[in-house]
Ligand binder design. Structure first.
Ligand code: ARG
Length: 617
């Protein structure tokens, strides 16, 4: 028999649900498949509650069950609960809620177990083995703009959360490396650099400017335009010189993109649009055989119920488009890569495109009709990045904000803040550099992730780099301070993990302990969900969330950010309470372990958010 220690620990809610399941079977043996309804509660009567009594009563009343109303059902559920180390006490309140107070000893032991065994044991497991996260995906020779930055940041975090949940993630950069624009780019390259293969990146310079200039040429000169159109045909026909020119242009762009990824520590595997090109004809033909493809105004289209414009899969000139490529890519991901969950991260502006081609895939039977079964395709949309003027984010002189410049600026500012704190004298140049990088890139990421991703967000350096409030700077500094408490104690924390004992004596310690244990909450969304999503004010609200799983299955990194911020607030309440003095108190060992557990969970959150921790400040 598997013991509790063999398997992954499960969240508090999942563990309690197991106990209530046993009780429900005994309490109402004739009712089959009663799902235990367990939710965190407000802390006044308990930590969790079981809400089955009321619903059960309406099912069993009049059927000769030995109860007189829901409170009696609640009472029976309580009495039939198997004894467990986990529970300190139980009570029935109101119309039949069964409230559970968790045992402090058990909580303390669980936290210590986490310290010894590591936090990976806590990952909840979604029902998929392989997922594709299609993110970043800029277009060759075009700007990689702040929208792509958002996609990169959000996509990386979603991939990290899935990976933490033991899902194999294929991190796909679906770069726009195919299409008619290459005709004009190639012709322009030939014109400017007859020996294009020797042309260095610096010679070609800014690819965006190159794009603009070639576009101007294309619009102004019909002969050029004609050649450009020919070039597309020759490229698609696989003519060597054209393929090489195309490859050269892609390579230059790739080098630029790579600089951003390297800075952000984001790993991606490129499978651009061109990769799927050979699969398109077969895929369209298969859809055609199923009778899904129809003729409309010279184009080949798929009609989608409820939407009056059809999805064009072959243009009237016979060429393929964005949608044909996406259909082929989806086919490939489902059939060749065996992905069960395919997640696309782009701005909400592309929602209709995704909506339409997902529906087409459902019509073709590639995906099940309902949205809750797998394989599943999800579009993770996000809002615009705005400048402080409330308009699309742009700089004063150039139209688009170069991402590398933006990261540079954040770093310069972080460095200045460190110098202002006097670190110039204390730290080596290297320490300042690496801390400034961790803080600034972390700040850019966090400012983006903490928002509900669907809303637009205003890019503001002063705000994101503030060391107070809900910012990465505040959180990273808070983590560094916890590390410094442990260092100052002069104790070997590794040794304490095994030899010391963690206890949760004080209320503030217990609150912190509970929040730590709720990191991996598994369960379902509860009645608090809507209020949480609009404004997360009270940390209790989060107790109703399975943090990692919630953030992961609903693809909302902000849930994780809120958890982290609250953890830091609850820690500060504990740490600033004179009754909870750490160093030099009788409870030093236990409290140091609690500090360490907080630091460990914070680091796990940073890790999932793609933020590098700092250890001193
Ligand atoms: N290249 C596209 C853009 O910049 C994003 C691609 C998203 N992925 C996809 N499979 N359509 O807007």
């Amino acid at each position: 028999m598997a013991t509790e220690h063999d398997e992954y620990m499960g969240s508090l809610k999942a563990q309690l649900a197991k106990l209530f399941e046993v009780s429900l079977k005994v309490t109402v043996p004739n009712e089959l498949d009663v799902e235990p309804l367990v939710a965190a509660c407000n802390g006044k009567f308990g930590d969790y509650q079981c809400n089955n009594a009321m619903g059960l009563w309406s099912k069993i009343k009049g059927k000769g069950a030995p109860f007189r109303g829901p409170p009696a059902v609640g009472e029976a559920i309580k009495n039939n609960l198997p004894s467990s180390e986990m529970i300190e006490s139980c009570s029935v309140a109101g119309p039949g809620f069964v409230n559970v107070v968790l045992s402090k000893n058990w909580m303390a032991k669980s936290i210590q177990k986490m310290l010894i065994e590591g936090i990976d044991m806590w990952a909840p497991l979604p029902p998929v083995k392989t997922a594709v996260v299609d993110f970043s995906s800029p277009n060759i020779a075009k700007e990689m703009h702040v929208g792509h930055l958002r996609s990169t940041i959000i996509g990386d975090t979603l991939a990290r959360m899935l990976e933490f949940s033991k899902v194999k993630v294929l991190r796909r950069n679906h770069v726009g490396d195919w299409g008619t624009q290459f005709g004009m780019l190639i012709e322009f390259l030939f014109e400017k650099f007859p020996n294009f293969e020797d042309a260095t990146e610096t010679a070609i310079g800014d690819l965006q400017a190159f794009y603009k200039a070639s576009k101007q040429r294309f619009d102004a000169d019909p002969a050029f335009k004609e050649r450009a159109q020919q070039a597309v045909v020759r490229l698609q026909g696989g003519e060597d010189k054209y393929r090489r020119a195309w490859a050269r242009i892609c390579q230059i762009s790739r080098t630029e993109f790579h600089k951003v990824y390297q800075r952000l520590g984001v790993h991606l595997e490129e499978k651009g649009e061109s990769f799927y090109n050979p699969y398109i004809p077969g895929v369209i033909e298969a859809l055609n055989k199923q009778g899904l493809v129809e003729e409309s105004q010279g184009a080949r289209v798929i009609f989608i119920e409820g939407i009056n414009i059809p999805l064009i899969v072959v243009k009237s000139d016979g060429g393929f488009n964005y949608a044909s490529t996406d259909l082929a890519a989806l086919w490939y991901r489902l059939n060749e890569e065996k992905a069960e969950w395919i997640i696309y991260v782009t701005d909400v502006g592309q929602q209709q495109h995704f909506d339409m081609f997902f529906k087409a895939a459902k019509r073709a039977g590639w995906l099940p009709q309902g949205d809750s079964s797998y394989p599943k395709a999800s579009h993770v949309g996000f809002g615009l990045v705005l400048g402080e003027d409330g308009k699309r984010f742009r700089t004063r002189n150039t139209e688009v904000v170069r991402l590398v410049d933006l990261l540079d600026e954040a770093k310069v500012r972080s460095k200045a803040a460190l110098i202002e704190r006097g670190k110039g004298e204390e730290w080596t140049e290297e320490e300042i550099e690496s801390t400034a990088e961790a803080v600034s890139y972390g700040a850019v990421k966090y400012a983006d992730l903490k928002n509900n991703r669907l809303t637009n967000y205003t890019f503001n350096f002063d705000q994101m780099l503030n060391d107070k409030g809900n910012t990465a700077v505040y959180l990273l500094y808070a983590h560094a301070r916890i590390c410094s408490i442990i260092r100052r104690s002069g104790k070997d924390i590794e040794e304490l993990k095994n030899k010391g004992t963690l206890v949760l004596g004080h209320k503030d310690e217990r609150d912190l302990g509970l929040h730590l244990l709720q990191f991996a909450e598994v369960g379902t969304m509860t009645r608090f969900a809507p209020c949480f999503l609009t404004r997360a004010r009270f940390y209790r609200v989060y107790q109703n969330f399975q943090v990692v799983e919630e953030a992961c299955t609903n693809l909302l990194p902000n849930v994780l950010c809120d958890y982290l911020y609250n953890l830091s607030e609850i820690f500060s309440k504990f740490y600033s309470n004179p009754e909870c003095k750490v160093i030099g108190s009788d409870m030093e060992t236990s409290r140091l372990l609690l500090c360490e557990a907080t630091a460990v969970v914070m680091r796990k959150c940073f890790d999932l958010l793609g933020i590098a921790p700092i250890y001193k400040i």
